[in-house]
Design a protein around this ligand. Structure first.
Ligand SMILES: [Zn+2]
Ligand SMILES: [Zn+2]
Length: 373
């Protein structure tokens, strides 16, 4: 069959992307799913900052690549042994979990060894690529998902079944923003009732973390961002205070939290801001980061403070979540009203607007933009 898909042809092209067009929408051939794979009709796909990191070249991936890693869709054809059936509504997670490796059996599927290897190589978990241009060139898969496409083929290990009546554009958010943000708050930071919390960076992931902190019973939540309308949104979503990002942010957070927050979550992907998040954490507290800085960026911290102040600094990939357990869990929280993630959805786009969408994301003018098909 064929599908229209947005393929990243070159990274590092100059902004505005609406003019330099690093993503080309092309008609591709799509091979049928192999054993353990699914052909999925994509219903909605979100634009995430880690897509932007591939587009601007700070995160190196093999090119060309059919981009997009946050999506929901419907199974059209299920390969042998996949455990799915046509008509199943699925959320796609951006780390396929083999279920067999040491990390998977330790309950840490976000760190799946074969999953990470396939994602690094730009293939599906079972190896190989399913998209092809007319000349036979095969674009790579993006984190096993490649969702900026009408149809995609994924490993069944990338898919989680959800309720058939969950709207696609809401379901898509659970694949990255909600798993990462809510997972960081509930699992990595282990926010408990009464905690004081600060969140640095109020994109889709940061706001999902804020919503989860609120659901977990945090007593005070301070939201930090350089963009004022994102701070306003955070206040509407339950933050008790908002602070402008910049050199004075640490002092302001410390003031609003009586000497620093107990749990601080950094989502910015900027090493200097992570150092600020650490400084805004009180003694005995936990600093969690989900951001992906440039690989060459060092982190400088006062080393003594880790021991003398019994601090914890924790990295969190995919929110340290277990997608098969947590997508249904977080969907349940959404449906019960305690995790209103629909508030993250700021724009709906068509596939051909994808480059302009990344301009809007880079400018800080969007929270979560979703391409609908
Ligand atoms: Zn993402
Ligand atoms: Zn594994």
């Amino acid at each position: 069959m064929t599908t229209r898909a947005a393929v990243l042809v070159e990274s590092g092209r100059p902004a505005p992307y609406a003019e330099s067009r690093p993503l080309e929408v092309a008609e591709l051939r799509l091979d049928p799913p192999g054993p353990g794979e699914l052909l999925v009709r994509v219903g909605a796909a979100g634009l995430c900052h880690s897509d932007l990191s591939v587009i601007n070249g700070s995160r190196r991936r093999p090119l060309p690549m059919a981009l997009g890693h946050e999506a929901a869709g419907e199974v059209v054809e299920a390969g042998e042994g996949s455990g799915f059936a046509p008509g199943d509504r699925v959320v796609l997670a951006f780390v396929p979990a083999c279920g067999e490796c040491e990390r998977c059996v330790s309950g840490r599927p976000a760190l799946c060894g074969p999953g990470a290897a396939a994602n690094g190589a730009g293939t599906l978990l079972g190896g190989g690529r399913r998209f092809a241009h007319a000349d036979g060139t095969r674009p790579h898969h993006h984190l096993g998902v490649s969702a900026f496409s009408e149809y995609t083929v994924v490993s069944a290990k990338s898919a989680v079944r959800v309720d058939a009546d969950l709207p696609m554009e809401i379901a898509a958010l659970f694949g990255c923003a909600v798993l990462t943000g809510a997972g960081a708050a509930l699992y990595s930071a282990n926010i408990v009732p009464g905690d004081t919390v600060a969140v640095f960076g109020l994109g889709g992931v940061g706001l999902a973390a804020l919503l989860a902190a609120r659901a977990a019973g945090a007593a005070r939540i301070v939201a930090v961002d350089v963009v004022d309308h994102k701070r306003d949104l955070a206040l509407r979503l339950g933050a008790s205070g908002a602070v402008a990002g910049g050199p004075d942010a640490v002092e302001a957070v410390r003031e609003l939290t009586g000497g620093g927050a107990e749990k601080v979550i950094d989502t910015t992907g900027v090493a200097a801001v992570l150092a600020q998040a650490y400084a805004a954490t009180r003694a005995g507290g936990t600093t969690v980061t989900v951001g992906l800085p440039d690989p060459s960026a060092p982190l400088t911290l006062p080393a003594l403070s880790l021991v003398a102040e019994e601090r914890t600094l924790r990295g969190s990939y995919l929110g340290s979540s277990v997608p098969r357990r947590d997508v249904p869990r977080f969907v349940g929280m959404y449906r019960s009203g305690v995790l209103p993630v629909d508030a993250l959805l700021s724009h709906r786009l068509t596939l051909s607007e994808v480059n302009a969408g990344f301009d809007r994301l880079a400018a800080g003018d969007a929270v979560r933009q979703v391409i609908t098909f």
